[in-house]
Design a protein. Structure first.
Length: 147
């Protein structure tokens, strides 16, 4: 095989992996590091919710979200009212992180204490200080149920 054919084959494999949601970044790649950082931010906020630490959970929200709610207490009230499954999930499974420039999507499968399954889709944005912060979350109930 010539070099040109090998390069073309490599691109087809990489594009195919991206099309099915598989990260093509290796452990030392920037994209792989970003994916780990994104996941760490979401996990840290879930940990703060589980601990009842509204102030810490609030720090992982992007500035426009913090501005919208003003205080950690108001933010936590909204989470308790609209996103209860993320507060103390019985189980958490992270999906493949999608990173594109300064934007990221992180899907998380959650199971609540009743055994109901949920999909939380987090949107994150890289801030000027290079840290990732959560800009929103969509929560979808699943028809699946654990045994």
């Amino acid at each position: 095989m010539n070099r040109r054919h090998l390069l073309r084959s490599a691109w087809v494999v990489l594009l195919g992996a991206r099309a099915v949601g598989v990260s093509a970044a290796g452990p030392g790649d920037v994209a792989g590091a970003d994916a780990r950082r994104v996941r760490a931010v979401v996990q840290a906020q879930l940990d703060a919710f589980a601990a009842g630490d509204a102030a810490r959970a609030f720090t992982y929200a992007a500035p426009p979200i913090r501005d919208m709610f003003g205080t950690p207490e108001r933010f936590m009230e909204m989470v308790e009212r609209r996103y209860a499954p993320v507060i103390r999930p019985a189980s958490v499974a992270f999906l493949v992180t999608q990173v594109s420039g300064d934007a990221a999507i992180q899907g998380v499968h959650l199971t609540d204490a009743s055994g109901d399954a949920w999909l939380a889709v987090y949107r994150l944005e890289r801030q000027p200080d290079r840290n990732w912060r959560i800009t929103g979350c969509e929560l979808h109930e699943s028809t699946a149920r654990t045994t």
